[in-house]
Ligand binder design. Structure first.
Ligand code: ATP
Ligand code: MG
Length: 763
């Protein structure tokens, strides 16, 4: 069959084209951000299909996020100019492995309808095992043990393979617990995230016939973001590719940001050894960003040692410099960004108008998101939070999902434990013990055990009656799963209402309750996109990304990690403060490994921007209810002056950071004094403020290097003291009431103000 003409090849530069057209044998594409790696990878899939080299189901394509997988599918469809029957094996490592594992579950002692645990379930299970082993869980917190087990799984180590040196502080005891944990998971017919890969690798290693089948099947393998693969993923790929060696990996060592999760950038460097004769393609032209943005990113990443060292260039010209702005606190930062986005919509400072879909806010830590969510809700600026397990990790969502799991698989003991007394049914520890005993004695699931306990009258009173209702309800809802007259959305609502779960939040008077009810509604809405509950649970177990495609224009908020591979015309990078970004942990570590990973994260952040990149920091930030003052990130110092414009906060905020700066006599608007060595924080005024907050400082939180200001302690201002307020200027303290001060202001007269907006006067 003659190949159809290939317009998609015309869009590529010669190096990309080479990577696309060299279909046989190993290919490694190693190149910096925005050089068109993903584009080339996508074109390669199109080329495989277009030339008839492979059918859609013979291509194994691994992306890092589900969002990326979806986009790639769409792009392939577009480029091919025809709708393709789905590409079943285009997805993340996890989504592909779950499919493989369902087909061969029995080879590792599971049934094909196994449950995928969330972190919460995993921790509960570990806690039970630790306490059953008679170990004080303060000494071995479940979370820590989970981390160690994950790291073993990431390295494809089953309990029998963990080297003794590795057991380290855990003295083999950890390995024993790991083994028990795996046994327990099997009994529960459950897997955790790490198991998805581990089990498949074990199956491939122990069953050459199965491996061979897939080696034949996946004739072409493609991997995006290869720099972030861990050992287990790497082994998995190597096993599958070793026969035909048609593997094409693309990556960028400068964007390796998952070292903390066991990713090994060394996999890239090893590629040529594992696949001798590999063809290596390097790309250097960046098609995404303006020269200023590129220069800023390049200068920052230059601070890392041991890079493969790639230079990027662009044909693009002009554009805005990278913008830098400091704020008084995190709330002001959010307020400024909100208003800036609003004026960007209209077109500001001679720039083109931006749509909300053009704008992304990329944060280092998810706790930063709240300030933006709060602010944007207040001003009515539409936004979406993308990526990560955020939505599905919320308490109410996990509870609801546990109900759904019980309806779909009544044997799911972990889900049962979660919901049996949520909402409260008067089933305390004792009743739950009774259920456990009944289940064990009869060798049945907890739900069955509960039924028996009720029947035999082992649980008396209100609790017993409630439990009887629950078991009856679950059975009834279970029968509705197959009922053609009830959609799975309706069923979900029925379950949440009749179980009393929705009512529980309706009656709850805490400030979070309305938000939780909203989230439950969202959850039911999300079901629409799935055929049934089972399919949905599968999706959530794996995907956990809340990036629904909707028509309304919205600002995107996400973590830097979730932003990998994406691009936006305008990007805000808030919170560039030492201790937040780079993270405190990376700064405390001996050696530079952690810090270099943070720097790569900064590089990823800046290189997401096409036209406009705005970096900001705040002098004060409330983290988990505590005020902390902080210094601008060391990465701010690494931004090249000539490519940065320092914005002065406008008058409205001038009382904040600006005033603090002005007080100390810092020169505004001059990058040398603001950013380089002599930044505002070196000003005498700022230093005095720092000293003052240290005096007030309470116990230093481990997370913060800077002095911690306790809200109450701030009011240790003294009557008569001369102070400065962000908005009202100078005045004298005339009264103190908790965290409020009464101040007689020189211009504004007497006022009651919140103490945290007041600083000691410098003169
Ligand atoms: P990252 O490292 O951030 O994942 P990447 O190398 O995968 O980046 P792509 O996302 O593939 O880069 O491409 C970046 C942008 O450049 C995209 O908008 C893409 O359409 C565009 N692009 C890539 N190659 C070309 C080309 N040859 N001509 C014009 N535009 C291109
Ligand atoms: Mg990419």
């Amino acid at each position: 069959m003659a190949a159809r003409p290939a317009p998609y090849l015309d869009d590529l530069n010669p190096a990309q084209r080479e990577a696309v057209e060299r279909l046989d044998g190993p290919v490694l594409m190693l190149a910096g951000a925005g050089t068109g790696k993903t584009k080339a990878l996508t074109s390669r899939i199109v080329h495989l299909l277009n030339t008839g080299r492979a059918r859609p189901n013979e291509i194994l394509a691994v992306t890092f996020t589900n969002k990326a997988a979806r986009e790639m599918k769409e792009r392939v469809g577009r480029l091919l100019g025809a709708s393709i029957e789905g590409m079943p094996w285009l997805g993340t490592f996890h989504s592909i492995c779950v499919k493989l594992l369902r087909r061969h579950a029995e080879l590792v002692g599971l049934k094909s309808n196994f449950t995928i645990l969330d972190t919460d379930d995993q921790l509960r299970l570990l806690k039970q095992l630790v306490s059953a082993a008679g170990i004080d869980d303060k000494r071995w917190p479940a979370r820590q043990l989970a981390g160690v087990i994950d790291s073993w799984k990431n390295r494809a180590l089953t309990p029998d393979k963990v080297p003794s040196a590795d057991a380290g502080a855990y003295n083999r005891r950890g390995v024993e617990l790991y083994a028990q944990y795996q046994t327990r998971l099997r009994e529960l017919n459950a897997v955790d995230f790490g198991d998805l890969l581990l089990h498949v690798v074990v199956i491939f290693q122990k069953h050459p016939d199965v491996l061979e089948q897939y080696q034949r099947w996946f004739r072409y393998i493609l991997v995006d973001e290869y720099q972030d693969t861990n050992v287990a993923q790497y082994l998995w790929l190597r096993l599958l590719a070793s026969a035909h060696r048609n593997i094409c990996c693309v990556g960028d060592d400068d964007q390796s940001i998952y070292g903390w999760r066991g990713a090994e950038v060394g996999n890239i460097l090893r590629f040529e050894k594992d696949f001798p004769g590999a063809h290596v393609v390097r790309l250097e032209q960046n098609y995404r960003s303006t020269p200023h943005i590129l220069a800023a990113a390049s200068n920052v990443i230059r601070g890392n040692a041991g890079r493969l060292g790639k230079e990027l260039w662009t044909e693009a010209e002009g554009g805005e410099k990278v913008r830098l702005i400091g704020h008084w606190d995190g709330e002001e930062e959010a307020r400024w960004i909100g208003e800036e986005i609003e004026s960007m919509q209209r077109g500001t400072r001679g720039m083109r108008p931006f749509g909300l879909n053009d704008v992304a806010i990329l944060v280092r830590a998810s706790h930063q998101m709240r300030a933006f969510e709060d602010r944007f809700l207040t001003i009515g600026l539409p936004y979406r939070v993308i990526g990560g397990p955020r939505f599905y990790e919320r308490l109410e969502i996990r509870d609801a999902m546990a109900y759904f799991r019980m309806v779909v698989s009544p044997d799911d003991d972990l889900a049962f434990e979660r919901i049996v007394n949520t909402p409260k049914r008067g089933l305390g520890d004792k009743a739950q013990q009774t259920i456990q005993t009944a289940a064990r004695a009869n060798g049945v699931s907890l739900l069955e055990g509960a039924r028996i306990a009720v029947e035999e009258g082992l649980i008396k009173g209100k609790g017993g009656a409630a439990l009887g209702r629950l078991t009856g309800d679950l059975a009834r809802w279970g029968r509705m799963v197959g009922d053609a007259n009830v959609s799975h959305m309706e069923l979900a609502e029925i379950v949440l209402d009749e179980s009393g779960y929705t009512g529980h939040w309706q009656n709850d008077k805490t400030p979070e309750a309305p938000g939780r009810l909203e989230n439950l509604k969202e959850l039911v809405k999300a079901l629409e996109n799935f055929e049934n509950l089972q399919g949905f649970l599968e999706h959530v177990g794996l995907v956990m990304d809340n990036d629904k495609q909707d028509a309304e224009q919205k600002v995107s908020i996400m973590t830097l990690h979730a932003a990998k591979g994406l691009e936006f015309p305008a990007v805000f990078l808030p919170g560039w403060e030492d201790g937040l970004f780079p993270s405190q942990r990376s700064m405390d570590e001996s050696g530079l490994k952690g810090l270099e990973e943070e720097r790569r994260l900064a590089y990823v952040g800046i290189t997401r921007a096409e036209e406009l990149c705005t970096i900001s920091f705040a002098g004060n930030r409330r983290v988990f209810g505590q005020w902390q003052s902080s210094l601008p990130s060391r990465f701010v110092d690494e931004l090249p002056e000539e490519h940065v414009e320092v914005l002065t906060p406008p008058g409205l905020y001038g009382g904040g950071f600006g005033a603090a700066a002005a007080q100390g006599g810092a020169v505004r608007g001059n990058i040398e004094s603001r950013v380089a060595e002599a930044n505002v924080y070196n000003s005498p005024g700022w230093k005095r403020m720092q000293a003052r907050s240290s005096q007030h400082g309470t116990a230093q939180s481990k997370e913060s290097r800077g002095p911690v200001i306790d809200l109450q302690a701030v009011s240790s201002f003294t009557i008569g003291e001369r102070v400065f307020h962000q908005k009202f200027g100078y005045g004298a303290v005339i009264g103190i009431e908790g965290d409020k001060l009464e101040i007689s202001f020189e211009k504004a007269g007497p006022k009651k103000v919140v103490a945290r907006f007041v600083s000691a006067s410098d003169d």
